[in-house]
Design a protein around this ligand. Structure first.
Ligand code: ZN
Length: 462
């Protein structure tokens, strides 16, 4: 993109830089120059002379990285945190479906604002929301999520989800919580037509995202894949999360989840799947061959006792892997730093032990890995000239990180680092350590009130 001389440059200098480019280039003391919505220069030492108006940020004591990318979340779950805290996945879902079936537009609006605010203050600049609960008469839930992201300033992939396999059809959710096949497909297509932006630098994209094999009909899986490919958008769902799901798929379909995905058109480089914990070598080979991506959600997998995803093997096979918070009903922290840290720690508990994942790989998962999973690695995920200026300035000179010389190790292994500045397309979302467009206290108040209202409605519904 051509930038005129009159565009104000933002020069960030005197800080450590982790570019997360193909060579993991880092500078102990470097600079980043932003022109308009894109990065113009990155390098060691002081910034080169730039003509025209300039705003300078003296970032000493900081590390600058690409903005974090969250590839799997359920924003609405902000209102049902801290419930069913000792349940595995299927029991947890059975406990929460009746509550989730009572959500409405004001609740989703509040939950989305709270989820986005929590992520943004922790350095997330792009987030994917997998929303699959659409009670009849609940209002414009997809619109509420899109507007919340626009107002917060975070880049959004809304994975328009759906469920059409209720209990009476052999599924897990109660019948009153599901849509019909035709309703789900029509509403997903309408969301694409209304909100999907395929142009460079897009702030809003839509994906087709039936919830999971145990809550969706085979027909919705097949027709959902056809819809996504006809429209040129990405496909997202949950896959291979638990041993119970594996058993369910064998009983209902006569095959495991990955074979079922292959059979219904759900493997491909336009697909990313959450979890993928229970994967055989053959499953991994199928993902690698087709370029199917994975959203690794280590905290949620631990919270629901699902298991440890084989991330080291996935990376070895060339499978695209990003990180996901997952819904805050199974990861109450709601921010992505936890996932960088837990991706490294949890995978070291697996067979590869200390060789499982290093700090640079963890940072890659959270940045360029996520960009690849969302199909946006040509313009997001690393600090390189020409890419979008989505970046985060992490404060590393406080007590929390005071004795750690390696800033990437401090970021990944240390306590959550305060974010001084977060840019999305060159525009500040966090500035001077505060959310630029969000009143945190007001969002917290609204979230408390809406969570109480949801609890009361669900209680009244029995
Ligand atoms: Zn999920």
């Amino acid at each position: 993109m051509q930038q005129g001389q009159s565009v104000e440059r933002l020069v960030i200098e005197n800080c450590a830089v982790a570019t997360v480019d193909a060579h993991d280039t880092e500078y102990a003391d470097g600079h980043v120059v932003v022109a308009g919505e894109r990065i113009e220069a990155v390098g060691a030492g002081a910034a080169p002379h730039v003509a025209g108006p300039v705003r300078r940020v003296d970032a000493r004591g900081h590390l600058v990285t690409p903005g974090l990318i969250n590839t799997h979340h359920h924003f609405y779950q902000w209102l049902t945190r801290g419930l069913a805290t000792n349940h595995p996945l299927f029991d947890w879902l059975r406990a929460l479906y009746p509550v989730w079936a009572r959500i409405d537009e004001p609740m989703v609006d509040t939950a989305a604002r709270a989820s986005l605010a929590m992520m943004a203050r922790g350095g997330v600049t792009t987030a994917a929301d997998h929303h699959y609960v659409f009670p009849r008469g609940a209002g414009d839930l997809a619109g509420a999520v899109v507007r919340a992201a626009q107002d917060t300033g975070v880049r959004l992939t809304l994975a328009r989800g759906s469920m059409d396999r209720g209990v009476s059809q052999g599924g897990l959710p109660p019948d009153f919580a599901v849509e019909s096949l035709d309703e789900a497909l029509a509403a997903t297509e309408a969301a694409i037509d209304r909100y999907h932006d395929a142009s460079p630098g897009a702030m809003t994209q839509i994906a087709v995202a039936p919830c999971s094999p145990f809550s969706v009909s085979t027909e919705l899986m097949r027709q959902g894949a056809e819809l996504a490919r006809r429209k040129g958008v990405r496909l997202h769902t949950h896959g291979s999360e638990t041993a119970e799901e594996e058993k369910f798929c064998h009983e209902l379909f006569g095959m495991g989840p990955t074979d079922y995905f292959a059979d219904t058109g759900w493997l491909g480089e336009d697909v990313w799947m959450a979890h993928c914990v229970h994967m055989t070598d053959a499953d991994l080979a199928a993902f690698a061959r087709t370029g199917t991506g994975v959203a690794h959600c280590p905290s949620s997998n631990a919270r629901l006792a699902a298991g440890i995803a084989r991330v080291t093997d996935m990376l070895g096979a060339g499978i695209p892997v990003g990180l996901g918070v997952d819904g805050t009903a199974s990861n109450e922290s709601g921010e992505l730093h936890t996932e960088l840290r837990n991706a490294l720690l949890v995978n070291r508990l697996g067979p590869h032990r200390e060789a499982a994942l290093n700090t640079r790989q963890a940072l890659r998962l959270a940045t360029v890995g996520g960009a690849r999973v969302l199909g946006r690695d040509r313009e997001l995920g690393s600090l390189e000239p020409g890419k979008l200026a989505d970046l985060v300035l992490w404060r590393m000179d406080t007590l929390a990180h005071s004795s750690i010389a390696d800033p990437v190790a401090a970021l990944v292994l240390g306590a959550p680092a305060p974010v001084t500045l977060a840019l999305v397309g060159g525009r500040p979302v966090v500035e001077d350590g505060r959310l630029r467009h969000v009143d945190e206290a007001a969002v917290a108040r609204a979230a408390r009130a809406e969570a109480r209202r949801l609890g009361e409605l669900a209680g009244a519904g029995g």
